[in-house]
Design a protein around this ligand. Sequence first.
Ligand code: PMP
Length: 418
Amino acid sequence: MTLLDRQQNISRDRQLRERAAHVIPGGMWGHQRAEAVPAGFPQFFDSGQGAIVRDVDNHEYIDFMCAWGPMILGHRNEVVEQAARAQAEKGQCFNGPTEQVVELAELVVEMVDHAEWALFQKNGSDAMTGCVTIARAGTGRRKVLVARGAYHGAVPWCSPSLVGVTTEDRAHIRHFDWNDIDSLNAAVAEAGDDLAAVVVSALRHDLGIAMEMPSVEFAKAARAACDETGAALIVDDVRAGFRLDLGGSWNLVGVQPDLSAWSKAIANGHPLAMITGNDRFRTAARDVFVTGSFWYSGAPMAAAIATMRELRRIDGPALMRRAGERLRAGLDEQAARHGFALIQSGPPAMPLLQFEGDDEKSSLGEQFCIEALRRGVYMHHRHNMFLSCAHTDAVIDTALEATEGAFAALHAQRTNNE
Ligand code: PMP
């Protein structure tokens, strides 16, 4: 059965969507909410292996979303799964942490350049909120500066939606423009002696707009502003962490944060997040109250240790960069041949694919992704994609055979419409 057939017949995906609509608000929540998954994209998945995912209707796709980030070594990586399984077989949750928590914190301090301590949680939103709380505790101040349009999590102080959010939740949040030193300095001046933290993403990866690395000047200005005022520089490495640089993403611009938030890829799909910090904020990190029912469970920590060691052993960031460059070059060549101009932005390991002249909703991009899905490749047209270490040259070349067909189909549709 092709994906096209599936849309016309009652697929397992459709059945599940209909059942979900009765018992899950809106049919699904968050970034997977039903109205955000375009028709033609599968919503429910069954399994994965390496660079391949399989949906509930048994269609396989080369996966360029990697669970929206976590699968950095590929699905069911044997080294990671063995480590997680070994702990899970002994038990998951106890009255205290397993010994892996110490080994993991030691490894993090060894690998992440600015880290002199680490603590572990479950979600990127937890980690970002924890960083802000620690910065406020450490400085005794309230104001937090955030780049306009940046995503830092699904909690009231930073949620992209204001539904259910009070003015008080945002009372001490102020904004600046990404990579704009004047705008940052103006916000710093306005916060005055109440400035607790400057929050930056590893890179600009706002939904639906071209990605942008931090300029070295901007990164240095952010560091200088924090040094001059005593505020904390917080890097949100939740999305980019370990894909670009194993020592922390702002190593690329030569600037070290005081605090960083991590999640997504650190345990190759096992639920884990972390805050890393330097000694200036050690006491504050000790004094704030952060905890959670599952934050000490052992198997995700065993998975994280294995993930980090494996990424270091194989030089994961270099592999993913190479795979991303191969994909990018192939797509550019195909697009040009079929009469389309692409805007490919972001680091190759986290690419965003856009079409020049596309509309606000990225309709052409969406159509391309649907044609790619029909041919066994899962891409996204508005959110950055993710490469993994399982994307070998052979996998990229197979994906490019499918995208060749997708561009041809898009070209044929355009010709028919003219
Ligand atoms: N920060 C960034 C940059 C993110 O991409 C995300 C998740 N997409 C978060 C924070 C929040 O992480 P989580 O969904 O795990 O709470």
